[in-house]
Structures are given as C-alpha cells and as structure tokens.
Design a binder for this molecule. Sequence first.
Ligand code: NZQ
Ligand code: ZN
Length: 382
Amino acid sequence: MNNFIFYNPVKMLFGVGMTSKLSELIPSNARVLILYGGGSAKINGSLEQAKSALGKRKYVEFSGIEPNPEYETCLKAVDKLKKHKLNFILAIGGGSVIDAAKFISAAAKYKGKSPWNIVAKQAPIKEAIPIATIVTLPATCSEMNMWAVISRRKLNTKLGFYSEAIAPKFSVLDPSFTLTLPAKQTRNGVIDAIIHVLEQYLTRPADAPFQDRYSEGLIMTLIENGLKVMRDEKNIKYRANIMLCAAMAHNGVPGMGVPQDWSSHVIGHQLTALYGIDHGESLSIVMPKLLSYKFDKKQEKLCQLGNRVFGIGGKSKRETAKKTIIKLKEFFKKMGAPVELKDCKLPDSAPRDAALLFDKIIGSAGEDNDIHMEDVEKILKI
Ligand code: NZQ
Ligand code: ZN
C-alpha cells in the first residue's frame, strides 16, 4: 500500500426526519439559495421539509438544474445568488444538483476571467460559498466528496473538477425521499455506486486487506439490496442500505493508498457528452468491455472479486476471472441495465467519436495511464 492522505470533512445526517436538523446547522443569519432539479424535490417531500426547517431565514429558490448539469444553467443560478446577496447554498436532489451547487459555490467567488476555467483548466478554487445537501438519489456520492462534474453541451464537454473548498458542510441522507425514484434511476444509482468501488478495486493486488474487504462488503450489500429493491420498490430498509453504501463508495476510503482506474467513468462521460445517455447507463455498458480488454492486468483482482463476492470457484484463476466478468454483466442485466451500445441505440460511429472526444478532453486513463484514444475505440467495439 502506498502512503496517502485521507481527508473527508463532510458531516452526515442519516435517517428519516433528519432534515429538521437544518435548523441547528445552518447559521440563523444565512441567506439561502435553495437549488433543485426538475421538480422531484416537490414530490418526495424534501423541499417542503427543508423550507420548514429554514424557519425565518431568507431563502430564494432556483429550479431547473438538469441531469448532467449544464454550465449555462449554473451561471444563471450564480446571477440569482449575487442579485439576492445569498451566502449559503442548499442543494436538494441527486448528483447533478449537488455538483451544480459545488460549481455555483466556486463560480460565485471566482475572480478570474471566466468561471469555465474552474472546469476546463482546473483553476484553483480559493474561496467558495458554503453548501449543504439533501440527497434524493443515492448514486454518485457527491454528498460526501469534493468532486463535481459539469457539462457544456455546446462544446460537447463533460468534465470533473476537485477542490476541498466545495466539500458540503453537511449532507442529509433520508431514505424516505428516495421512495419516489423511478426504477431506472434506482437501478442507475446502485450500478454507479458499485462501479465507484470497482474503479478503486479492480486494478492489481496492493497489500491493502482493509480496503479490499471494505470494498467487497459494499459491493455485496449493494448487489443484495439492489436486486431486492427492484422487486420491492417501496421497501425503505433496502433503500436505506443502498443510500448508506452509495455514500461510502466514493468518499475516499476504498481508494486509500491503492492504484485506481477510472477509465469506465471517463469513457462513459464521453458517451454522455455525445449522446446524452444516463451516467449509470454509460458505466454498465463500458465496464464489462474494459475488463475484458484489460483482462491480463486485472486477472488477480477479478479472481479475488469472483471468489469473495460471487462465490465462484473456477478450475484456474483465469477461469474464475472470466466468469467474474460474466457474473457482473449478468447482474447489470438483471437490474435492467444496458450492456451494449445498441441497448441505448447508439450509432455505429460511437466508438470512433467517443475515442476522438476522449483524446481531446482526457488524453489518457487507467491505473498505468495505459488507455489512449485507440484503446477506447477498441474497448467500445468489443
Ligand atoms: O431533476 P429532478 O426532478 O430532481 O429529477 C431527477 C433527474 O431527472 C430524478 N430524481 C432525483 N431524485 C429523485 C428523482 N426522481 C424521483 N424521485 C427522487 N427522489 O433523477 C434524475 C437523475 O438525477 P441526477 O441527479 O442527474 O442523477 P445522478 O445522481 O445519477 O447524478 C448524475 C450526475 O452526477 C455526476 C454524473 O456524471 C452526472 O453528471 N457524477 C458526479 C460524481 C461526483 N460528484 O462525485 C461522481 C459520479 O461518478 C458522477 O460522474
Ligand atoms: Zn459515477
């Protein structure tokens, strides 16, 4: 295991009714921008509970943050924040709303020429407006981390950035808000969380038994509760388990001191930028193909995953590792997720076009930076 620094300052408030704690945690003189998406926050009860907990504090609402949050929309929210002299952001929604809040918080304080530099040039963020979040879709773990991903459709760009300054002060995780999720979003969330763990696990053995067991525990719990919730959508216990796991999957722990390979994410982001497919869908399509492409390098960890998570006992490591990829793909299918480009009706040109965009925006990826444009095309053609 390599040396590492672990830092996660986000306070988590977990459980039904925890939104009421907002009244204690948000300063009484805060002027709050309430940020949400297309309206689900009005249906699942989160918006109403938040407003009630804010009490007499001044607040202004900004709705319409779209899935894969758009830069231009975020700039409109920055204008509103400045116009009303707001000094606190409460994000209510899934990863898109939370990521948008992170960008808005940094953009509102940005002193440079264009806030697009925060994304495109990874300009350092010196100051940001404080954020809190109420999660309504367990998936990205944005509520517990310092990452955000912003899209700019006119440039075909979807890109992440990172800063300690944009970490939420606290996040409310109330599983009752997830009861209104459409099956597709529930499924996307479970798969996104599993793949966050796998991106940090499926590389090579790194003498990191805690991180391995932690990751395997998360994956097993997500698989079990994911399959159950798809059959019993109103079961809040399954939803609570998924919500907790998703918040632990991309919070810095699984990747402590171990090699990581975020290729499925960065390749998937190009497919979303080009064709607008959901983040979770891009991942269930790309990851099995990537694992087949990098089979030799990942064989040891694939075999360990197969043994410990899926109970596969093949005749050889190679056989177990092969069966593990098949099992993973079967799981995605059981959840109703796409695993081929055609499942999302992507054109025949998608492998080449995604590879070209990958080259322009990302350049290289993988635990050894061994994925380049030509690899991306080959992976997507598998
Ligand atoms: O817009 P509303 O009306 O809220 O509807 C949303 C949206 O249509 C709906 N939804 C959310 N909660 C709901 C609900 N519908 C009914 N009931 C509820 N309780 O779900 C739809 C999708 O929401 P979105 O926030 O887009 O999904 P997700 O949480 O998967 O976030 C995806 C974004 O996060 C980024 C992705 O790239 C993508 O842009 N990611 C962020 C990461 C991070 N910050 O660490 C890491 C991830 O890997 C990911 O890249
Ligand atoms: Zn993800």
